[in-house]
Write a protein that binds this ligand. Structure first.
Ligand code: GDP
Ligand code: IMO
Ligand code: MG
Length: 435
């Protein structure tokens, strides 16, 4: 059975955790394909809240095998913390989570360098999560990264670590005036992690492909979002991996023919954490209300998220670079109570109007949104259980987003819980079995 990709359509935190968890009901494998513990995916089941950083959101269903594939960067200390936390809550991650030997490791010097580089950038900093993501992917591209599989050959691991530390220590001492790191100490720490994680190491490419061949269904769960993509995002204010649908293929070891659904997750407005341009950003009371109502504080770093009106220029761009088959629209409930709502349908810059994402970053940085204003609604949406029961103005708003985004909106979310999801088009990921 073909696989499904779940991608953030904006700047992250769109509700990928909620959507993945909900849709994993009929799935066999949930695969994380990129990013690391910069991600924070919230899943709410009953009265329990789970904040997942590395473990795929399918973990909450006993029938799902969660997989961390080749394209992810893994900080084993964080992963073990997450495993232990879930084990305390009655789950069994040590038996169930599978990790690719090709996944790269986040090392202590990556975390340290992430911090130091950001500090050195001063005002021009990117506002990274300081989890070592950028430095780890940089080492991967420079071919000096250490991989999860290296942990299981002590001699090789120590050799590679010593070699790379020579360069890292030079950097730490000469550029940043820091003390050198000790290879032995790091090796002891990481080999300790390996002992505990040994059962999780599998050939994930083999697992993914034999599962597909056996007719099983797979969800590929993206982290971050399209506009944080290293190639297609708002560079340099991006992350260091490829969250877009193409990244799911390289990150998990699949080809385009293995996939038939690409679901973009998008908020009914826009948020962003960290620095970088944001044309529809709100600095007024409306923004304050949106932040508070939406609980817009980062799942990983606790930072206040910047908020703004829905941006259809960016939504159309996300549709193009991902080829969405569906949109899962989240947080519509947060927009209750505004007299009117605005949607940016184009940008204006230097006397010219842009209906598509501008090709030059300087235009985007100075783009003035061209808004269409539509009526809002007062009703609380969080108790609505059928799409048809939404107020007329809310349905009109969704119709407008669909039209402007050029993508079918299949699900509409009106709260963080599984049950607070309205099906707008009944097109299940896995066709029901005929009885
Ligand atoms: P992710 O990184 O894309 O998985 O998103 P996060 O979990 O970081 O942030 C999304 C937040 O919105 C979480 O706190 C979710 O519980 C919450 N959430 C998701 N969908 C909805 C929704 O439809 N309405 C409301 N009010 N909250 C939602
Ligand atoms: P999820 O998966 C929102 C942002 C950071 C920063 C930029 C680079 O929960 O949607 P990095 O640490 O990756 O080098 O930081 O990317 N960022 C996210 N923003 N959600 C995320 O993940 C993010 N992961 C990274 O704030 O602007
Ligand atoms: Mg998040």
């Amino acid at each position: 059975m073909p696989a499904t990709i779940i991608v953030g359509a904006q700047w992250g935190d769109e509700g990928k955790g909620k959507a993945t968890d909900l849709l994993a009901d009929t799935t066999d494998l949930v695969v994380r394909y990129q990013g690391g513990n910069n991600a924070g995916h919230t899943v709410i089941v009953g009265d329990q809240v789970f904040k997942l950083h590395l473990i795929p959101s399918g973990i909450l269903y006993p029938h799902v095998t969660p997989v961390i594939a080749d394209g992810v960067v893994v900080d084993p200390s964080v992963l073990l913390e997450e495993f232990d936390g879930l084990a305390e809550r009655g789950l069994d991650p040590f038996e169930r989570v599978k990790i690719s030997g090709n996944a790269h490791l986040i090392m202590p010097y990556h975390r340290e360098l992430d911090l130091l580089i950001e500090r050195r950038l001063g005002k021009a900093n990117l506002g990274t999560t300081k989890r070592g993501i950028g430095p780890a992917y940089a080492d991967k591209a420079s071919r000096v990264g250490l991989r999860f599989q290296d942990l299981f050959d002590e001699k090789i691991f120590r050799q590679k670590l010593e070699a790379v530390l020579v360069h890292k220590n030079e950097q730490l001492a000469k550029i940043y005036n820091r003390l050198p790191m000790q290879a032995d100490e790091i090796a002891e720490e990481y080999l300790g992690y390996a002992e505990r994680l040994r059962p999780c190491l599998v050939d994930t490419t083999e697992l993914i492909h034999t599962s597909l061949e056996a007719g099983k269904h797979i969800i590929l769960e993206g982290a971050q979002g399209t506009l944080l993509d290293l190639d297609h995002g708002t560079y340099p204010f991006v992350t260091s991996s490829n969250p877009v649908a193409g990244g799911a293929l390289t990150g998990a070891g699949l080809g385009p023919r293995h996939v038939d659904r690409v679901i973009g997750i998008t908020k009914a407005y826009v948020t962003r954490v960290g620095t970088g341009p944001f044309p529809t950003e709100l600095f007024d009371e409306v923004g304050e209300i949106m932040t508070d109502r939406g609980g817009e504080y980062g799942t990983t770093t606790g930072r206040r998220r910047r908020v703004g009106w829905f941006d259809a220029v960016l939504a159309r761009y996300a549709e193009r670079v991902n080829g969405f088959t569906d949109i899962f629209l989240t947080k519509l409930d947060v927009l209750s109570g505004f007299e009117t709502l605005k949607v940016a349908t184009a940008y204006r810059y230097d006397g010219q109007e842009y209906t598509n994402f501008p090709p030059h970053q300087s235009i985007f940085h100075h783009a003035e949104p061209v808004y269409t204003e539509v009526p809002g609604w007062d009703e609380d949406l969080t108790e609505v259980s059928r799409y048809e029961d939404l107020p007329r103005a809310a349905r009109d708003y969704v119709d407008m987003l669909e039209e402007e985004s050029k993508s079918r909106i299949t699900w509409v979310s009106v709260g963080p819980k599984r049950s607070q999801t309205l099906v707008r088009h009944d097109v299940p990921l896995v066709p029901p079995v005929a009885t």
